[in-house]
Ligand binder design. Sequence first.
Ligand code: ADP
Ligand code: MG
Length: 322
Amino acid sequence: MLSEFDLIATYFTRSIRCSERIALGVGDDCALLSPSPGMQLAISTDMLVEGRHFFPGANPYTLGHKCLAVNLSDLAAMGAKPLAFTLALALPVTEHDWLQAFSQGMLALADEHECELIGGDTTKGPLNICITVFGEVPLGAALRRDAAKEGDDIWVSGTLGDARLALAGYRKECRIDEATLHAASKRLHAPTPRVALGLALRGIAHAAIDISDGLFGDLRHILERSRLGARLDVDALPVGAMLAHQPQSMQRNFALTGGDDYELCFTAAPEQREAVLAAARAATVPATRIGSVEVAPGLRLLDRQGHAIESEFASFDHFLSP
Ligand code: ADP
Ligand code: MG
């Protein structure tokens, strides 16, 4: 049986590589960050609880990836560059294979984004993983939810709904074949945080949010904070490759309300269309224009012909759903 300190030393302590911004990492009472002059620190925490955010017995490698990915996604949505993160971990047992795979999945993604693990806390308890990320953004350049402007285009990165399709497959809400489930489940288990896109959109986009709970609900956060409304062309939504083979009603529903895609939804002035597309190309992820910001409050869903679609859609809420 590993002691807490052996465990931290074995799986979660590495020599710091990008030491310019990180003066002290794991091992002392605090880590020390040295933000660059003129930068603001962007800080975000996301907790993943077994049985709530991931299935009991989830693959530890992809779980490690996802825990960090959802946090990096928040930095992406602010246009912040990842710097470092801390990991608070409650573990029922200390099992070498699990810890090795979990830490490898997490640290591989950390390396991809040069985001250093600088500290944390480890305790015995029901499996619970809480990461706090720290990023940097130039003063005043963060892509805030309250910054949408009347007349802005509404954009979304990548594709929507395949993560929700995988969940539907696991829950047997619909029948999908093994190959479809396998492909869709990659979106659910191993999301790609759109960090490069968030950085490329600095100075171009006005407001941004990452889609964790579904486009419909997450876009509403932007609109409420910006005290504006919007119209969405539901037929313009970039539907996931697997979802595209499903019935139209499911495509609309999952693309609008499915969580766990971790794409970016953002707004930008129509004059910035070319700049947005160039930013997306540079970040090697598609960006699709799906609507526009209007003064009248609320979110109006229209089909390609401009007909209103009744919306009974609600965003996923952990306290309302069973
Ligand atoms: P303290 O007693 O001050 O709370 P701990 O004994 O919990 O410190 O942790 C010792 C060191 O190991 C600290 O630097 C802490 O940040 C780090 N640490 C603890 N758990 C983790 C973890 N899961 N991942 C990374 N660092 C960790
Ligand atoms: Mg501690």
